[in-house]
Ligand binder design. Structure first.
Ligand code: NAD
Length: 485
């Protein structure tokens, strides 16, 4: 499938950028399906001006009026799910089922934003005789959201519906690897009646991200991507005195005890580490096998062999990323680790194209004397390390520089609670392979998986995308009854 060339979306119109363009490849077959502009500062400045122009009117609406657009948008998403799924499948490569789940999650995120009028009523209290104090959530102005490739539809929805429901106007910077889905988001919001200028799309890479961090009229920036770039963005945006929340990479540890349910544990872990071909920040990455869990490892290997590239497993986003993953496995093998399931030369089956960037699911077992690298792999690779007891297991988990998710697999409530309380991670699962907190709970990790205060979605998003105004009022003349009145 070939798509029209990708344009920027500024002030309600799709517009060309004069800058050079980049090819967009489909990981399904390695073919060029479109091109995307690498926009410059002038494009961004135009978008910021459009957003500034739209802001007073949009912010001036009641939040109920703003949420009406999102109600209509939700219906449009539901009615067009097939079209969206097909674009996501083409440009990202994930399976139809995975792409469908992605859009369904975006719908849930939109529903949360629809509820914002109900949950952002401020507080009010009589603070002294005749004196009342109340609070209001006030939008920040023009804000920006920079997103990664791995969920071209869902990750923009972590921020976008909340940003606009709360009265801000925004710049969305999609990943240059998957820019086509983002254009669909703009089209559908326009159809839902979003006023021009409230959402603007600026495509590009490093240069435009830096321009966003530097632009004096952008008040806040959210970033989701790798830890290396999250750190760069966080430092640059905050040094320009912007509010910033930058979510980074992950390497999520699962502590597996011998009493864990065999079928459920093996199924959950296999699905977690291979889903979206391992390209998700909440994927299971490492099993800390506590004592003898060989029966679970054997079952996990069996389950893993049922994940077949082209059949029920999508490709990796790019040729380069595929090569990096294979190099990682090669190095692990050279270091003395044992490859229990090897996906390096896996056959592509079903409708899969052999020119697609496929790799089979892989399980690497590190004997006690072989150290596991601490870097994120971001592919369908699961690693196993071994611990003698829960203290040693938690030491390994706590030693990881990341802190997105951690899980316990056990039938014991006591052990599960100990893992939950001692894990150094923001999102904890018990017998769950992908412990994403559903709305209204907020999404956000710890340590090198997040830079900045608070969380990005749910109630955390409300705090991040607004500023709190405190209004104290006195309407009657009176004798002073205390120091405040
Ligand atoms: P990435 O860091 O390469 O890119 C993210 C964004 O930054 C993109 O929009 C990209 O254009 C831009 N960018 C790339 N290089 C840049 C540079 N040098 N300077 C400024 N901007 C730059 O990430 P990716 O490969 O698109 O996505 C995968 C990563 O995202 C993984 O590390 C994954 O764990 C992480 N991720 C984290 C979460 C989370 O919630 N913590 C969620 C999804 C993805």
């Amino acid at each position: 499938m070939k798509y029209k060339e990708v344009k920027n979306y500024i002030g309600g119109k799709f517009v060309q950028s004069d800058n050079k363009r980049l090819d967009v490849f489909s990981p399904l077959n390695g073919k060029i399906i479109s091109t995307v502009p690498l926009s410059g500062y002038n494009d961004l400045d135009e978008a910021v001006k459009a957003a500034q122009e739209a802001f007073p009117k949009w912010a001036g609406l009641t939040s109920k009026k703003r949420s009406e657009v999102l109600y209509r948008y939700r219906t449009i998403l539901k009615n067009n799910i097939k079209e969206l799924v097909s674009v996501i499948h083409d440009e990202h490569g994930k399976t139809i089922d995975e792409a469908t789940a992605e859009v369904e999650k975006s719908i849930e995120l939109t529903e949360f934003a629809c509820s914002i009028p109900q949950i952002t009523a401020g507080e009010i209290m009589k603070v002294s005789d005749g004196v009342v104090c109340r609070t209001e959530y006030v939008p920040l102005g023009v804000v920006a959201s920079i997103v990664p490739f791995n969920f071209p539809h869902m990750v923009p929805h972590w921020s976008l519906p909340n940003i606009i429901a709360l009265g801000n106007c925004m710049i969305l910077k999609p990943s240059e690897q998957v820019p086509i889905t983002a254009a669909k988001i703009a089209e559908m919001l326009k159809e839902a009646g979003l006023p021009d200028g409230v959402l603007n799309l600026i495509n590009g890479d490093k240069d435009i991200v830096e321009a966003i961090c530097d632009h004096p009229d952008i008040k806040a920036v959210s970033f989701v991507g790798s830890t290396k770039i999250a750190q760069i963005v966080y430092k640059r945006a905050t040094s320009n005195l912007k509010r910033c929340l930058a979510l980074g990479g992950a390497k999520n540890h699962l502590v597996v005890f011998p009493d864990a349910d065999l079928e459920m544990t093996a199924n959950d872990i296999a699905a977690s580490f291979s889903g979206t071909s391992g390209q998700r920040c909440m994927a299971a990455s490492v099993m800390i096998a506590v004592r003898d869990v060989n029966h679970i490892i054997e079952k996990l290997c069996e389950e893993t062999r049922n994940k077949i590239p082209g059949l029920n497993l999508g490709p990796i986003i790019s040729k380069q990323s595929r090569e990096n993953i294979i190099n990682y496995i090669n190095k692990a093998e050279q270091s003395g680790a044992i490859i229990l399931v090897d996906g390096r030369n896996a056959k592509v089956e079903g409708k899969g194209d052999k020119n697609g960037y496929y790799i089979g699911p892989t399980i690497i077992d590190y004997p006690n004397n072989i150290p596991m690298p601490e870097e994120e792999v971001f592919g369908p690779v699961f690693e196993i390390i071994h611990a003698d007891n829960i203290e040693e297991a938690m030491f390994f988990e706590n030693s990881s520089p990341f802190g997105n998710a951690a899980s316990a697999f056990t039938q014991s409530g006591g052990l599960a609670n100990e893992v939950a309380s001692k894990a150094s991670a923001g999102m904890i699962g018990v017998n769950i392979g992908v412990p994403v907190p559903r709305e209204p709970f907020s999404f956000g990790g710890w340590n090198d998986s997040k830079f900045g205060v608070g969380d990005l979605t749910g109630k955390g998003g409300i705090e991040f995308w607004t500023q709190l105004k405190k209004v104290t009022t006195k309407w009657r003349k009176q004798e002073k009854t205390d120091w405040m009145s």
